[in-house]
Design a protein around this ligand. Sequence first.
Ligand SMILES: [Zn+2]
Length: 111
Amino acid sequence: MMNIIDLSVIIGDIDLTIAYLRDQKILKKSHNHCGKPCLQIFDKTTSDNWIFRCRQCRRKFSVRQDSIFSKSKLKLQNLLVLVYAFSNAFSVTQAGKLLKSTVSEHSIILS
Ligand SMILES: [Zn+2]
């Protein structure tokens, strides 16, 4: 299990955040459409920076497709902070504080 220092490094980078969430099997590594694995392409218009695009019909899918985060509007970094907080048995108040400290800037201030 990662510590708070690892967490602050991971959430400082969306690619690391996605990689970590995939390692934890929270996000899927690939998405299939039209019977083939989709391409993962860079898309600056999403906060996730990446999307899946079907090679056949070119339909686009979120990297959150079929995950518990698929309906969330929060950034993946913030969702990871919440996962971290609750898996370390933080109280709701503590989790809220941790999230608040990471929302505007990705540095963690422990009080
Ligand atoms: Zn398709």
